[in-house]
Design a protein around this ligand. Structure first.
Ligand SMILES: [Zn+2]
Ligand SMILES: [Zn+2]
Length: 585
């Protein structure tokens, strides 16, 4: 039995059960969805989450009854009269639409005394559905037909999977993920905020979130500089003609913001920084000796998202990508591509994400319609990508149809806390843009040639990697990128001078330290610091001053260790510098 059919059949069962509990309620629609099903209805009387068990029990009773889904037809008039009798404006509207589409008779399904307009298919009998594979999930308001000028209905969501085990796994994974949701932790730890006045899809990083971003950014930029990248700054606006040349205006228009006319010149918020970097390349003539050229930038860009899909730091109206373009000869392509993979792998290793990585080779689909035509260039780029993955012994899978419109790409996927793969880093081979933007270099024989371009991100999009790390670590970040690394707590005010001497030494060594010298109990100070998930909490009282020590509380173990204060400071500096992922004190 197909799970979609089961889910949809259960939607009828739920509607029948609800009508028994709340007679006179009016049905609208009840489709299956990816984790279950819902039904939109106008409910007569109160209905809240308190009634879920009652509704579930009613449904289970119906399932036990071995009721058959029996189909019959009604003419448009019969159907319409049927719903006029109960004054159901929703079904009447559906029937009017079906009539306009030329339907003459409509299929209805009967389930005991319950009748519903529906195309099917359904299970044969309610006893075909196991009683323990569904759960009423939540209530939501839903405008009839998604139109805010139309009545608001109640949507009852239910989860449904093929087995009880699958249902339970889904629920427990979702609960675990909710606890780690970056939107929850991000607010609790004061990492970012969203202001309705600024805009729903425009998150702002608060000082602590900004600290994490700055550390990650410096880390990525420094590593790129070591590996031969040249960093640039380019503007978020560009003339529209750049994107006409690149083809984004044709292939990518739905993701771009409206064009701005400024004194007769068209500008657009950039969805990509590539053309800006190409213009930098063209600023001076290049010879084969200059290649490869590697430009990089933490580049702001703006892409349109539907307002309903804007979520936290993951789906935003704009974002900041650790972007870069390697412009090289055909002979240099393989080695340069491998270097970009090595850079991403190095960064992921330091972030503690290596173990949850997978590789996806995104190629054209069979039809090849939505891609820029130049078959031989595509064939070369695709086979180079596959060769590289085979030669470097990467475990990868191929995904047809996920290529960019101008070239194949390697997507480096990370597994989220719910077990889903998300693309966090991308490396693309582009044989098209050099031609379009007329990028050239003079080869050894004096002839002008077109280079190949690798588009790549190193640490990905700053907002996305931040969201990912928040969820991966549930806000308990490794020391090296924790916004506050050490918190000093004094037992009473007579300990403040000694506390300050340690505080200043840590500050001088660029350790991110906070102090709590309020006149509060030490127990309260510890509890508050723990909620902030600070790696090390330091307690300073009489004994510590007497022996020139500190008492260190480790976030993970809750162990308290007494260390000589200078030893402690040196250990912290070393753990920070070495970017160790575990807490070792
Ligand atoms: Zn149906
Ligand atoms: Zn690019």
């Amino acid at each position: 039995l197909d799970i979609t059919t089961i889910r949809h059949s259960l939607a009828h069962v739920m509607a029948k059960a609800l009508l028994e509990l709340r007679p006179g309620s009016k049905l609208a629609i009840g489709p299956s969805i990816s984790n279950g099903f819902y039904y939109d209805l106008e409910i007569i009387g109160d209905f809240s989450t308190n009634n879920f068990i009652e509704l579930e029990n009613k449904m289970k009773k119906i399932l036990k009854q071995d009721l058959k889904f029996e189909m019959h037809y009604k003419s448009i008039k019969e159907a319409s009269d049927f719903y006029k009798a109960e004054n159901n404006i929703y079904k009447i509207e559906l029937i009017e639409d079906l009539e306009k589409q030329g339907e003459q008779s409509l299929s209805f399904y009967k389930l005991g005394d319950f009748v519903d307009l529906c195309k099917g298919p359904h299970v044969t009998s309610t006893k075909d559905i196991p009683k323990d594979i569904f759960k009423i999930d939540k209530l939501a308001g839903a405008y009839w037909r998604g139109d805010e000028k139309k009545p608001m209905l109640t949507r009852i969501y239910a989860l449904c999977f093929e087995t009880k085990e699958e249902l339970e796994t889904y629920i427990s994974k979702r609960e675990a993920a909710l606890l780690r949701d970056h939107r929850k932790i991000g607010i609790e730890l004061d990492l970012y905020m969203i202001s309705e006045d600024v805009g729903k899809g425009l998150p702002m990083l608060l000082p602590k979130g900004a600290t994490i971003r700055r550390i990650l950014e410096r880390f990525a930029v420094d590593e790129e500089l070591k590996r031969g990248y040249l960093h640039v700054y380019t503007p978020v606006l560009g003339r529209t003609k750049l994107y006409e040349i690149s083809g984004h205006l044709t292939h990518y228009k739905d993701s771009m913001y409206p064009i701005m006319d400024i004194e007769g010149v068209d500008y657009v918020l950039r969805p990509m920084s590539c053309p800006h970097h190409f213009m930098i390349y063209k600023n001076k003539p290049k010879s084969y000796r200059d290649l490869p050229v590697r430009y990089a930038e933490i580049a702001s860009m703006y892409r349109k998202e539907k307002s309903g899909e804007l979520t936290g730091l993951i789906r935003c109206m704009g974002f900041n990508l650790a972007d870069g373009h390697v412009i090289c000869t055909k002979d240099q392509l393989k080695i340069e591509f491998i270097k970009t993979i090595e850079l991403v792998e190095f960064l992921m290793d330091k972030l503690g994400l290596s173990k949850i990585t997978s590789y996806r080779a995104s190629l054209r689909d069979e039809l090849k319609e939505k891609y820029v035509a130049d078959s031989s260039a595509w064939d070369f780029a695709e086979s180079t990508l596959i060769d590289i993955l085979n030669n470097t012994n990467k475990q990868y899978y191929v995904s047809h149809g996920d290529a960019a419109f101008y070239g194949p790409k390697l997507d480096i996927q990370l597994e989220t806390v719910t077990g889903k793969d998300e693309t966090i880093f991308t490396i693309q081979i582009d044989m098209i843009m050099a031609d379009r933007f007329n990028l050239e270099y003079i080869d050894a024989d004096g002839s002008a040639k077109k280079p190949i371009i690798i588009h790549r991100s190193s640490i990905g999009c700053m907002e996305r990697i931040l969201a990912f790390l928040i969820e991966h670590y549930a806000g308990a970040f490794p020391l090296w990128f924790a916004p506050v690394q050490v918190k000093l707590l004094s037992v009473s005010e007579k300990h403040d001078t000694y506390l300050d001497s340690i505080y200043n030494k840590l500050l001088e060594n660029n350790i991110r330290v906070e102090k709590d010298t309020r006149n509060e109990s030490i127990g309260k100070k510890i509890r508050e610091a723990r909620l902030q998930k600070i790696p090390y909490i330091i307690i300073i009282g009489d004994k510590e001053i007497e022996n020139n020590t500190v008492t260190v509380r480790n976030r993970n173990t809750q162990n308290q260790n007494v260390l000589n204060s200078i030893d402690f400071i040196n250990k912290i500096i070393k753990e920070d510098k070495d970017k160790v992922l575990e807490l070792n004190i």
